[in-house]
Write a protein of this length. Structure first.
Length: 224
């Protein structure tokens, strides 16, 4: 039995959890899927969103996920023409387990950002979805854009549901220009919207009250 497990890198158990971990239990695998939950990503985008992973290890993980049918490759139409990785239907079905694991992991977050990497766009997207409060969002029909220097996320809230995707903002009701440390302060409730605006930590295009509405339904402090 020991030799079989070592040869196949499998738990070799008739157990649904063990079978799932045979596919996604390797280090970095779930974080790669996390990054792809916001949409197709180029290899270099994934490297940027996964600090400390080596190019060889990322390539190995992507190859394995593709062989397992969890992700696939495609070439974007002109003028981009880039090769991107994206989730298949099987891969997208991992979103709910990842959100639940994120909720559980929130109690284990460090008290300080000192000495650790800032979250990626994928990490922020998962956090917003994980702590979204649909009961508070039933009367909201708005699209927000989060602009972090050159990167952006678009968040649509409508009829108690949330959609998050990467990319340039279009037809947004409000655009929040900020940086990651300031956004984390807002998201965790350590910085109030009023203090962030008055202190120049966030610049808003559109209704200034939109930031409070957004945080009231997505912020970590709002869910506590």
């Amino acid at each position: 039995m020991y030799n079989i497990c070592m040869a196949t890198r499998s738990y070799n158990q008739f157990c649904a959890l063990a079978s799932a971990l045979d596919y996604v239990g390797e280090r970095w695998t779930l974080l790669i899927i996390r990054e792809l939950l916001i949409g197709p990503r180029r290899f270099k985008d994934l490297l940027q969103g996964l600090p400390c992973i080596s190019t060889n290890l990322l390539a190995e993980r992507l190859k394995t996920l593709e062989q397992q049918g969890i992700i696939c490759q495609r070439v974007l139409p002109p003028p981009a023409g880039s090769t991107v990785y994206e989730l298949t239907a099987l891969g997208r079905s991992l979103e709910r387990p990842i959100l639940e694991l994120g909720r559980w992991g929130a109690q284990l977050l460090p008290d300080s950002l000192e000495g650790i990497e800032l979250p990626s766009l994928g990490s922020i997207a998962v956090a917003m979805k994980a702590f979204f409060r649909p009961d508070r969002a039933m009367n909201i029909d708005e699209t927000y854009a989060l602009q972090f220097e050159e990167e952006s996320l678009q968040v649509q809230i409508k009829q108690g549901e949330i959609t998050v995707q990467q990319g340039a903002y279009q037809r947004s009701d409000a655009v929040f220009h900020t940086n990651m440390p300031a956004f984390l302060g807002l998201f965790t409730g350590r910085i109030t919207p009023e203090d962030a605006i008055s202190g120049g930590l966030v610049r808003i295009e559109g209704d200034p009250q939109a930031l409070s509405r957004f945080l009231n339904v997505t912020g970590l402090s709002a869910a506590q």
